[in-house]
Design a protein around this ligand. Structure first.
Ligand code: SAJ
Length: 404
């Protein structure tokens, strides 16, 4: 039996996937409310295909509990925040989960850490805990970082390649067999340090690429060029693949993981540091664009400005580190008129002046800033006609639309 610890954005789909492919699984989370929701037959966030996968896993007998189980294999998938000042990973949740596992696990158990951690975290924080709390237990450590993208998690769980880092190749191969129950991609077995580093490097590559696109957007704005057309043409070259500029980088991965490298190697990770600052500066750049466009159209005509989109990217309901939230925070510092906000995928009231109905939102604004290109917006572009539009996502073809 596998005990999956932490039933969030990664732990839950992984547990469901294993269970629906014939593995006996119990999912554990200390959040009683979350466990009660799952036991009542409901998923806890929206994701394509997740409800179907959940139904299948329940049919196959998955269990959810607040208790750690006594078994031979544990997959730990708890959050790894970073300290905003030191930029270093905060491994407290991983360490707490490992201690709880060690309190119940039998001799020879395998602990698989799925949470993303900065290179060296397992040596620095997890091994000492195992030495102190698990003396004589002969526990095996494995790092199997997840790589799935929110919005396409279920498909990517099946088809992505995976990396497994282990001290002992035989243990690595045993865990490879476990993931092979559902994963059709290639699974590479390596050492723990390499697995830690590759995961962080993948997200850093994407962050630096997006920062490059954002910098190009600023250069093109300064000198009246069309950044999207330039990137489109450049990407026709067989060895160029530039990502898209946007209002900032959110989510709990690309806006976080590269800081681990800056935190650990401050005098070496120069390009990464600058890239992260460029991305973090984008919400302020959008705010400046809003003021420019308001002035251009006459401040008396553009009093009411609304932000379309509160999530960190399109078609997900996750608002962690979202550029819209960053922009609203920045706006408070500037003490401007309050902005209105609408997102079809965010049901709860997260910010002041938030709307839950597109028509009501549009009726109350003169200018719409497209912060997220949700499918709902793409289906309702005609409703934007007549508004002053700033499109930070390059999704609106209406004539007269302003871009970054
Ligand atoms: N973004 C841009 N321009 C782009 C692409 C993205 O501005 O061209 C923005 C998005 O709008 C969003 C942010 O970047 O705010 C991050 O979105 P994303 O779709 O690039 O990535 P995540 O954070 O949803 O998922 C990433 C993925 N990593 C890679 O593709 C290398 C995923 O595979 C990882 O599993 C995930 O991080 C993770 O958990 O680490």
């Amino acid at each position: 039996m596998v005990n999956v610890i932490g039933l969030g954005y990664i732990g839950l789909p992984t547990a469901l996937m294993l269970a629906s492919h014939g593995v006996q699984v119990v999912g554990t989370d200390y959040n009683k409310e979350l466990v009660a929701t799952l036991n009542a037959g409901h998923t806890t966030f929206k994701e394509d295909g997740l409800d179907e996968l959940f139904a299948k896993a329940v049919d196959c007998g998955i269990g959810f509990s607040t208790e750690y189980q006594v078994t031979d294999t544990y997959i730990i998938s708890v959050p790894t925040p970073y300290d905003k000042f030191s930029k270093k990973v905060d491994a407290c949740y991983v360490v707490a989960a490992v201690k709880s596992v060690l309190a119940v696990c039998p001799k020879g158990a395998t602990l698989v850490i799925e949470s993303t951690v900065s290179p060296g975290t397992i040596d620095k924080f997890v091994r000492p805990v195992i030495e102190e709390w698990g003396a004589g237990l002969d526990v095996h450590l494995v790092h199997a970082p997840e790589r799935i993208i929110p919005g396409n998690m279920v498909q990517e769980l099946i088809h992505n390649n995976r990396t497994i880092g282990a001290d002992d190749v035989a243990v690595g191969n045993k865990i490879k067999t476990l993931y092979s129950s559902f994963c059709q991609g290639q699974i590479v077995v390596t050492d723990i340090r390499t697995a830690e580093m590759t995961k962080v490097v993948e997200n850093t590559f994407r962050a630096v690429n997006i920062a490059f696109a954002n910098e190009l957007a600023k250069i093109c704005r300064y000198d009246g060029m069309d950044v999207y057309e330039i990137i489109r043409i450049c990407n026709m070259h067989p060895r160029v693949n530039i990502l898209q500029p946007g209002p900032g980088v959110g989510g709990h991965c690309i806006s976080v993981d590269p800081w681990f490298l800056v935190g650990d190697y401050p005098s070496l990770a120069k390009v990464i540091d600058e890239s992260m600052r460029t991305n973090e500066g984008m919400p302020d750049f959008v705010l400046e664009r809003i003021y420019e466009i308001m002035k251009e159209n006459g401040l008396e005509n553009v009093k009411r400005v609304g932000l379309y989109g509160l999530t960190y990217k399109e078609n997900v309901d996750d608002c962690r580190e979202s550029p819209t939230l960053q922009l609203l925070e920045s706006q408070q510092r500037h003490l401007a008129e309050p902005l209105k906000v609408y997102d079809p995928l965010v049901q709860s009231d997260l910010v002041p002046n938030q709307y839950h109905d597109l028509d009501a939102f549009l009726a109350d604004v003169d200018m719409v800033v497209i912060m997220v290109g949700h499918e709902e917006l793409r289906q309702n572009l005609d409703k934007l006609a007549g508004k002053i539009l700033l499109d930070t996502r390059h999704v609106c073809p209406l004539p007269g639309t302003y871009t970054l």
